[in-house]
Design a protein around this ligand. Sequence first.
Ligand code: SAH
Length: 350
Amino acid sequence: MDCTLSELTETVQAAGAPAYRARQIHEWIYRKYARAFAEMTNLPQAMRAELAAQTTLMPLEPIARRVSKAGDTQKVLFQLPDGETVEAVLMLYNRRRTLCISSQAGCAMGCTFCATAQGGLRRNLTGGEIVAQVLFFARYLHDAGEKPKMRVKRPTTVTNIVLMGMGEPLHNYDSVWNAIRRLTAADGFGLGARHITLSTVGLTPMIDRMADEGIQVNLAVSLHAPNNPLRSKLVPLSRRYPVDELLASVRRYIAKTNRRVTFEYALMRDVNDSPALAEDLADKLRGILCHVNLIPLNPIPDSPFQPTSDRDTERFAEVLRAGGISTTVRIRRGIEIDAGCGQLRHSAAA
Ligand code: SAH
């Protein structure tokens, strides 16, 4: 599950089979979303058995699933081969099927308002484990689309991916980019890079590295405060990579890629939601090709942070807009099934 078509071809040839077998396997994985080698009916029986004995096709086992009342959001808890667990959330919109995936089991960043941070980092996911989350839901949507009774209509595959689940994607850089390459490859999952968003807490050297990848996914940066003393209380990593350095790396990213960057800002009552801070934020971001996404804070256990009221959220947004900053308020999804931003935490869901 970790390899590209050319790597797979090498493996297949090394085992003495013709190269076209690799293409067949690849097609079963990325076009037909096979979950087991046994399904690959155009391969010789012996080859299927040997592959199954040597490797796992689907390294994720769904062990729990929660669906929102409206049926438009669902969260699946997956178990990995070593027993670790991660979550992914599928959101159905009119024309989009957006999947929020995890890049690590747990997270080391320690953001004080985030549930995933509470358990610390368990381990990095492999590229295969990241891609498998997408293939699992692609298969689900494909199968559901074939059953008219289910309320899933077209499109019957994953159309958008956000790396906003558990973990910090730039803290697991190589696996995440291994996954992005296979998700965007024409002979892989084939999703347009612009349909993928990578959200980071701001490891500035890695943002610079991303700018040189040549695959232009959307970059979202979790800012949450316009100044470093306040941001450091919410995002401890800010002590190492302060706000101004972070914004400098974002400017370099935009200069290289010409892509608009999104800043995420989770509003916490009486912490980072005053109109004065909104003005500071507008001043900081002025001149940067960006968009601000205000996230109503999702409540998490054992946390002192409370969400900002709707009225104050709107007021914060208005100050930003008046300051010339394009701003939207993110629509809440999945809160009641603990699938909202920052709520993912495997121990609570198990
Ligand atoms: N580590 C990455 C991606 C995972 S978190 C990052 O920090 O960007 C995805 C988004 O949810 C981030 O913007 C994060 O700050 C936000 N988030 C975390 N906890 C939250 C909470 N309790 N309520 C609302 N948003 C939260």
